[in-house]
Design a protein around this ligand. Sequence first.
Ligand code: NAD
Ligand code: UFG
Length: 337
Amino acid sequence: MAILLTGGAGYIGSHTALTILNSGMDVVVLDNLLNSSEEALKRVEQLTGKKAPLIVGDCTRKEDLEKVFSQYPIEQVVHFAGLKAVGESVEKPLLYYRNNLDATLTLLEVMRAHGCFDIVFSSSATVYGTIQEMPLRETLPVGCTNPYGWTKCMSEQILKDTAAADERFHIVLLRYFNPVGAHESGMIGEDPSGIPNNLMPFICQVARGRLKELSVFGHDYPTKDGTGVRDYIHVMDLAEGHLAALHYARDHAGAEVFNLGTGTGYSVMDLVNTFEAVNQVKVPYHFAPRRPGDIATCYADPAKAKEVLGWSAKRTLTDMCRDAWNWQKHNPDGYRS
Ligand code: NAD
Ligand code: UFG
């Protein structure tokens, strides 16, 4: 039996593929490679000594999913496939709704047709919208501020309704906080195309000299140093969270939501200072206006994942900064290096 990872060639998917393969289970990947490279999976194979077959195909196409389910004995699915750029989703809402919702709906239909009912879904802390009550607990109401976020809220609802209507479904919704870092080997990591939107890859490219300076968006937030606070989580901790979720899904019907975060918030300046100290590199920066749509502070209450899944994040901010830079240093142009 095998675990299907949709979007498994991407950043979080490739680290999760590695973790699942190392745990002794088989992995099959379906990815359209729109935002990823086959090279990531080749490196996963080098690191684990095991191959995860890649089917280049699209989750919104029933025939592509049919091909996977008829060719492989899929027991459980982790559904990473999706578009994820918040800004782009504001400009191209139909693209985001079509891709992210269609992918979820088509996948569920094909799973059911093939008697596969266990699914772990990549949701996001973005579903907490502008809630200011920290730490964020799973019981808070959801609501979003951009089309990308709405695709996560809506997919969560689709999955919950599906579990409510059909008790054969075992569904786990994972709300990721801010995934950063890379596998400690430096062989796989985050490889954004163009100028990165997110803080850690931007810092890495400034440290490397590819970008001149970091713009710190806002230094007048009500936080300890005025810069935005987030719950950064090492991507390998996140990958291990998926393994725990897959184990849980095996014998729990229904739909259950879990935050995957550390429970600790760090500011933009914490990240810059730690990155410089750990890696002995300079990260030139300047203060810039707030980025529209950003909130001051966002961090998880990770207690439920600890209690129910027996999972908690182990790696520190130092580990995240060291591993992110290790990947960047060895792969200055990502998988094209
Ligand atoms: P990623 O872009 O690296 O990976 C997503 C993968 O899905 C890519 O390989 C892409 O080619 C593929 N894909 C997209 N649409 C597809 C489709 N219709 N059919 C087949 N493949 C498709 O992103 P990631 O950072 O690894 O994120 C994985 C998931 O986690 C996404 O759903 C994302 O929204 C969610 N998430 C990410 C973050 C983050 O900060 N990275 C935070 C919260 C949630
Ligand atoms: N920031 C900067 N300069 C930059 C980039 C970011 O100062 O060049 C700041 C932001 O203002 C924010 C913090 O760094 O305070 C983190 O920003 P990111 O863009 O790295 O992450 P966000 O918290 O804005 O959003 C990320 C994902 C979303 C996801 C959310 C919660 O991009 O998709 O985490 O999981 F929804």
